[in-house]
Design a binder for this molecule. Sequence first.
Ligand code: NAP
Length: 501
Amino acid sequence: MLNGTHLVAGEWIGSDNSFSNEPVSGEADQFAVGTVELVNRAVEQAEAAFASYSSLARSERAKFLRAIGDEIDARGDAITQTGMKETGLPEARLIGERGRTVGQLKLFADHIEAGDYLDRRHDPALPDRAPLPRPDLRLMQRPVGPVAVFGASNFPLAFSTAGGDTAAALAAGCPVVVKGHSAHPGVSDLVAQAIDAARIACGLHPGVFSQIQGGNRAVGQALVQHPLIKAVGFTGSLGGGRALFDLCASRPEPIPFFGELGSVNPMFILDSALGGRGGDIAAGWAGSLTMGAGQFCTNPGIAVVKAGPEADAFIEAAAAALEKVDSQVMLTGGIASAYHSGRDRVAGSAGVRTVLTTICDLRNATPYLFATTGAQWLADEELGEEVFGPLGMVVVVESDDERMKVAQSLQGQLTATIHMDDADAPLARDLLPVLERKAGRLLVNGFPTGVEVCDSMVHGGPYPASTNFGATSVGTMSIRRFLRPVCYQNIPESILPDDLR
Ligand code: NAP
């Protein structure tokens, strides 16, 4: 059952004002609006929990993470039903996303038990070294302190209340305060109940986890500016991420803001691949572009091909495949209306040809396809901006040289893809080092939607894909965002942290 309130250090607390979710059908549910006073309480309690939680044995933290996963699964049906109602996402997708969310909690449990993430180093003392002796030096990664987490609208589970950021921060030993996303307050409420049940079962300090619901932008702003918050994990839009990043940087004590933002995820379809199997690639692209109504940060919005009959055939095949995709409901009315304005902006840009456009209802999306030349793309920076939804753009270049210029002109991306055959290897070899500087993940002959949660994953990239190109928000390496190295010099065994003895 929904509480409709905030979870502040083990207490479910309401507030004077309420906001409602946006159900696809049926009655809206009411939720308490967040306040700055509740943010302050939650963060102070997170700091109060830090000493005990950060020094808890790794096996105990792992137990907590696994218990959260079990408690989420125990509420699985309610979470799926509420998610379908307030996000419009289909049942199978929500069940799959729950599996991923629980899976990543358990992956982090295994990861911290293994202990490699501590990156322990030891330079033993050299008292007789000349001209100067060396002291005993040890290094280990330690948790940074209370962490603020902002979920994204498009992943109500995997990038939200108990999503990757929360799992990584709790695994690292950091208490978490979540700012609930206003697009899915019901799912956030149920997942917060699961976390609190796990916390009680594990006998942990209540300040280890709090969630303040949204409905008030001042909540997020106060959270990132609170002096006791030491890092922020954010997944969302470029505009929102940049505003909060700037607030973090302008604090008296600036803190790291790990924002995973938008991306157009370009695909370069090289000549031999285009000629030999352009139709298949176009059909695969249409599937990836329209999955989940295109509401994926890894949605491949741009396809770059070389001019000629093969490029024309590719555009036709993509349009034919996209035309068959039904209208899909979007996460919120606001996201759908931003999608429709994005389409109008692109359609109105000079030198852009509309290949496929259809009318759709207010909260729905149908795919749109546009085409432009390499020269026009290079002349108009706005064409490289993300339109969140199933909108594709084919960039038709005149030469290998122009293709390279398009690659060099790209902003930072989460992913970049090359479609190639053996005969394309010389071109691909030139392209790879350019794309390596642009994206966090490079793919060949695949589509970037579907992000594996594992040790080798990088979900990040140069700005604006993320605000911190040295980090990832998916996979075990994401724990590093909430750790900092501490050097212990000549510290006697009797007082060294257990993990360093
Ligand atoms: P969003 O509108 O930026 O919202 C994210 C969170 O930030 C929400 O809690 C929102 O509060 C808050 N927020 C936004 N602007 C704020 C401001 N100026 N001050 C204070 N708080 C603010 O993003 P979204 O609609 O959830 O997500 C869609 C975007 O996320 C797309 O662009 C997509 O590509 C991107 N995305 C990126 C990744 C990735 O890993 N890189 C993954 C998924 C999605 P409210 O609840 O009040 O709106």
